[in-house]
Write a protein that binds this ligand. Structure first.
Ligand code: SAM
Ligand code: SF4
Length: 472
């Protein structure tokens, strides 16, 4: 019998990417094999995001496309999961007759049962019950297969912070951490399958373990650091109010921890930070940045900013611009504020007009673009350790006829900068560099990447801060 085919469409953050992998593994157990071709699918799952209005619009427009497809393929099963599903529940089934299943953010382990019911009874189901299942079943932990160098690992779910603009605590539930042993087991299995780098995911990793009296996040990092064969550890996201000295010194002492922190500031105005319920001031944020740079001078710092939060005036926005210029972030994600019910900011007066929001966004992005370009150009002439992901996109698309006859590879520095590089024949002939650490001499710095040439394919460990340490 032919296997049944699953097409998975993922919108949103890294956590959704991780959840989609869990969904695929759950469905593999009842005979579904993943396909990359929409038309081949017997089952289509859309994993949605509702953090910003645009992501939700994307989800509904994709569902509309699927509804048209189903007119010609009556037996097709369509499921919608993730944050929009959690939020909208039954309303999705009411609005879209083509959808068979709506499942919430805490229903992933129930998907096989739900799909089997639909297959046999041809019914339509909504399951948005918030039933905590913090840990992945042992049967799945060791089963993650991968051809990728770098993988996400969710270490905690939900959020207890209730920032005024944010829908996450409402659609992802209360903060719950996974057991450290389960996380370590999962990473070991990934490394056995060739993975070299993991990015640990949580809405606020600094409070890992606190609700359940597990170890601290810094202690978890130290445990993961011991995993043989793993080269690099990253994490996201860290909330500035909870970033403590133990994690800051971790950037110096935990040998595989990469020199990069994503530390969302959201605004540079104390008045707006208060209205956002962020629980830190601009001054406290700048102090943490200074402590990070004192402890780990090479650290790259990136951030998130929301422009046009209700009540943000010109002075508030100027303070945000000044903070961006003062910190000199290595990269910045700037978002236009959007109302996300039931987040409390929906009810705040003094909404900023769409045209002002759009102008402020352009202004802040232009400032950051200059900063990133100049930071990247400062690296020209240096040699950076790059963990190679594979061929660069240009190469993969078969467009290699550039100024260099050799293949273009791509990877990232410890500071999370993308580096595209080539290997001269005098260094090696057709080497397979995927998953390898390569010393790259940087020739050019752009706004979004660096480019250069490989100068060292056999990294010496001498002079680096620890054995097997390529994170420095
Ligand atoms: N937990 C992370 C933290 O505290 O920084 C962030 C998670 S959130 C999914 C990712 C980013 O989306 C936030 O840092 C914020 O900048 C942005 N965001 C969240 N809600 C938003 C809203 N209503 N409008 C615009 N941007 C928003
Ligand atoms: Fe949202 Fe704030 Fe929680 Fe981040 S910390 S997920 S921004 S509520």
């Amino acid at each position: 019998m032919n296997p049944k085919r699953l097409y998975l469409h993922t919108i949103g953050c890294q956590m959704n990417v991780y959840d989609s992998e869990q969904i695929a593994m759950q469905l593999a157990a009842i005979g579904y094999e993943q396909t990359a071709t929409l038309d081949d699918a017997d089952l289509i799952i859309v994993n949605t995001c509702t953090v910003r209005a645009k992501a939700e619009q994307k989800a509904f427009s994709f569902m509309g496309r699927l509804a048209k497809m189903k007119r010609h393929k009556k037996r097709l099963i369509i499921g919608v999961g993730g944050c929009v599903a959690q939020q909208e529940g039954q309303r999705i089934l009411d609005r879209m007759p083509a959808i068979d299943l709506v499942f919430g953010t805490q229903a992933i382990d129930r998907i096989p049962h739900l799909i089997q019911q639909i297959e046999t009874r041809h019914c339509r189901i909504v399951d948005v019950d918030m039933v905590e299942t913090p840990d992945i079943p042992d049967s799945l932990v060791g089963r993650r297969k991968s051809s990728q160098v770098s993988k996400f690992v969710t270490i905690m779910r939900g959020c207890d912070n209730f920032c005024a603009y944010c829908v996450v605590p409402f659609v992802r539930g209360r903060e719950t951490s996974r057991q450290p042993e389960s996380i370590v087991r999962e990473i070991k299995a990934l490394v056995d399958n060739g993975v070299k780098e993991v990015t640990l995911l949580g809405q606020n990793v600094n409070s890992y373990g606190k609700n359940q009296n597990l170890c601290s996040f810094a202690e978890l990092l130290a445990m993961i650091n011991e995993i043989e064969g793993l080269l690099r550890i990253r994490f996201t996201t860290s909330h500035p109010k909870d970033l403590g000295t133990d994690l800051i010194t971790g950037f110096r002492d935990i040998t595989k921890l990469c020199s990069h922190i994503h530390l969302p500031v959201q605004s540079g105005s104390n008045r707006i930070l208060k209205r956002m319920n962020r629980n830190y001031t601009r001054e406290q944020y700048l102090d943490k940045v200074a402590e990070l740079r004192d402890t780990c001078p090479q650290i790259a710092i990136t951030s998130d900013i929301i422009v046009g939060f209700p009540g943000e005036n010109e002075t508030d926005f100027d303070q945000t611009l000044q903070l961006v210029e003062a910190v000199e972030f290595d990269g910045l994600f700037a978002f236009q504020y959007s109302d996300r019910p039931p987040a409390p900011a929906v009810k705040l007066p003094d909404k900023t007009s769409a045209s002002i929001i759009s102008d402020r966004l352009q202004e802040i992005l232009a400032v950051q673009d200059q900063l990133t370009r100049s930071k990247n150009q400062q690296l020209v002439g240096s040699t950076q350790w790059v963990l190679t992901d594979g061929f660069s996109k240009k190469e993969a698309a078969g467009n290699s006829a550039g100024s260099h006859p050799s293949l273009q590879w791509t990877g990232r520095t410890s500071t999370n900068k993308i580096v595209n590089f080539y290997v001269e024949a005098s260094i090696a002939n057709n080497p397979n560099l995927t998953g390898k650490m390569v010393g790259v001499h940087i020739d050019k710095g752009y706004s979004h990447s660096l480019s250069g040439r490989a100068v060292n394919l056999e990294p010496s460990l001498r002079g680096l801060k620890g054995v097997e340490n390529y994170a420095a």
